[in-house]
Design a protein around this ligand. Structure first.
Ligand SMILES: Nc1nc2c(ncn2[C@@H]2O[C@H](COP(=O)(O)OP(=O)(O)OP(=O)(O)O)[C@@H](O)[C@H]2O)c(=O)[nH]1
Length: 570
């Protein structure tokens, strides 16, 4: 009982508390994880849309630059006359513009005549620029950025598809993803004299546009048909250039809706991971290009690793774990405290029962409570009282039985049994100290006559008075017993000399000879006394009694009313 129920109750309460805290924590963690992923999806989508708009803005910037170049007087002059001054001016202008725009591979002025001969061309070459000499200029009339641009209405811009640049001698732009934007250069009547072409470094442009994105974000780009142009896994880009198309809608099934025009943006989770990607959140948006664009549209995508999207959830999870642990510990402490409090009255009851069992009396009990424990305490108190009463009555009965077993009920004197015990004790003591004992056997004379003459009650009165007088006549250490009928025995402890014994007996006989008043008359009774001595007349109680009894009969035989020693009879 000491701590068994308390510990079990505490454990139960603690388990319930900790489980509740853990479940709440787990639920909150799950919900927060989901909410964080959803929030990340939304912000990823927003970032992708911003990126799409940046592409558009970036292209508009190129268009503005094209307009500057196409309307520049030196461009017209160069196309008409091919003068060195214009050439010099344009070389400088092109280089200046390329210096200001790191994503430009090349700027050219191409004539509408001479099979589209390049007239001015500046190529990027690492950190420097190459102003291509006249001898190295090529005819480009068969390229659509020349032929198509020349067909454009005045002031409009042509945008090519994004391809790998296989043109010869293009310096930095060789074999790199690129896109040409071109605008016609017209004379005063709007007749095209040639075109100005900006060759755009697609990778470079995207690197610039995505420069402020988090480092673990990955960028995707696909053309209007879904061909992948930008992908973390370089093996998947420009598949069509190697004769094996790799499509974004095959790579990510969720983008199919985008490519076939059903949706303009998608966001999804790619748990399995794909190629160089880990499990990630992905967002793709459709970015329309101008009406005269060969591509018509691009698909721009961003991927964020799921681990980074869930970073907050992980921190939250750790926080929850710590909270659950702290709450769990608190729960255990509170549970133990509650269990102790709840079990205090039970412990009180147990203590009370144990004290009562050890006979240490009653102790404080929670009897004032009005609950089940109070009821139990009151029942226990009642039971204690009943047991107490029963114990008292049992003790009284035991005392009564003991009295009956050892005392004569009429006179209250020790009976034969107790006399036997007293004699045993006295004999062993006398033997140890080498002392004497004297046993007086007293039998009333003609007692039957009193019974017969005055009734049994009179006999009882006489017997009681005799007992009283015998008791008064000897010391407290001496034993006066009634053997039964009218027979009494006195055991004198250390009796002194024979004469001392005789003096006591004479005194006894005098006391007994005095009248006993009964219902207005005086009753008289005499007695015969036989005396035996220890150790002379017997070594045991029985032997001493026999000797004294025999001596008493001899007194009776001599005529009653006197005393005699056992030894004297032999
Ligand atoms: N009133 C009363 N009488 C008792 C009691 N016990 C025994 N008696 C009577 O005591 C008497 C004893 O008789 P005895 O000792 O034979 O006769 P006695 O008259 O004393 O004669 P002796 O001893 O020869 O002198 C009997 O009549 C018993 O009935 C008792 O407790 N009360």
């Amino acid at each position: 009982m000491k701590s068994g129920i308390a510990v079990k109750l505490a454990i139960l309460l603690a388990v319930v508390g900790v489980t509740a805290a853990a479940l709440t924590g787990a639920y909150s963690y799950g919900v927060s994880r989901q909410l964080l992923v959803e929030a990340s999806q939304q912000s990823l989508l927003a970032a992708t849309q911003v990126l799409g708009r940046r592409i558009d803005t970036g292209l508009q910037e190129v268009v503005r630059n094209l307009q500057i170049l196409a309307r520049h007087p030196a461009a017209r002059s160069m196309l008409r006359q091919g003068d060195a001054g214009s050439r010099q001016q344009l070389d400088e202008l092109f280089e200046l513009m390329m210096r200001a725009n790191p994503a430009y591979f090349q700027i050219r002025l191409i004539s509408a005549a001479d099979f589209g001969l390049e007239r001015v061309r500046v190529d990027r070459q690492g950190a420097s620029f190459v102003r291509v000499a006249d001898d190295d200029l090529q005819e480009k009339g068969h390229f659509s950025y020349v032929s198509e641009t020349l067909k454009q209405p005045p002031g409009s811009v042509y945008m090519s598809r994004i391809t790998i640049n296989h043109e010869r001698g293009v310096h930095a732009g060789a074999e790199r993803p690129s896109m040409q934007l071109a605008m016609p250069v017209e004379d005063d009547k709007g007749k095209p004299l040639g075109v100005v072409v900006i060759n755009l470094d697609v990778d470079g442009m995207f690197a610039l546009l995505a420069v402020d994105l988090p480092a673990d974000f990955r960028l995707f780009l696909a053309n209007g048909d879904g061909d992948i142009l930008l992908h973390p896994d370089h093996a998947k880009v420009f598949g069509f250039d190697r004769g094996r198309r790799v499509l974004i809608q095959e790579e990510f099934a969720a983008t199919a809706a985008l490519v076939d025009g059903r949706q303009s943006r998608v966001v999804f989770q790619d748990v399995a991971g794909s190629g160089a990607l880990q499990s990630a959140l992905l967002a793709f948006v459709q970015q329309p290009l101008g009406p005269r664009s060969e591509e018509r549209q691009l698909f721009v995508g961003l991927a964020q690793p799921l681990s980074s999207a869930r970073e907050g959830a992980q921190r939250f999870g750790q926080l929850i774990l710590v909270s659950v642990l702290v709450l769990g510990l608190l729960g255990i402490l509170v549970a133990m405290l509650l269990a102790r409090l709840a079990l205090r009255p039970l412990r009180q009851l147990t203590d009370a029962a144990q004290r009562f069992g050890r006979g240490e009396g009653t102790s404080e009990l929670p009897v004032a409570r009005d609950d089940e424990i109070g009821e139990l305490a009151r029942s226990f108190r009642q039971m204690q009282q009943q047991i107490g009463e029963q114990m008292d009555s049992l003790q009284a009965s035991q005392q009564q039985l003991q009295q009956l077993a050892q005392y004569d009920p009429l006179t209250g004197l020790p009976n034969r049994r107790m006399l036997q015990d007293r004699m045993d004790l006295a004999i062993s003591r006398a033997r140890r100290h080498d002392e004497q004992l004297a046993l007086l056997f007293i039998d009333l004379d003609n007692f039957k006559d009193i019974n017969d003459g005055w009734g049994h009650d009179a006999g009882d009165i006489v017997l009681m008075e005799v007992a009283h007088r015998l008791r008064q006549s000897v010391r407290a250490v001496d034993t006066v017993a009634r053997l039964g009928g009218d027979e009494f025995v006195i055991l004198l402890d250390v009796p002194g000399s024979r004469q001392d014994i005789i003096n006591i007996v004479i005194k006894l006989l005098e006391q007994l000879s005095l009248g006993i008043p009964f219902q207005g008359i005086t009753l008289r009774v005499g007695a015969s006394v036989g005396i035996s001595l220890f150790p002379d007349d017997g070594a045991s109680p029985a032997a001493l009694l026999v000797s004294a009894d025999r001596a008493m009969y001899q007194v009776k035989a001599r005529g009653r009313g006197g005393y005699g020693f056992a030894v004297l009879q032999e």
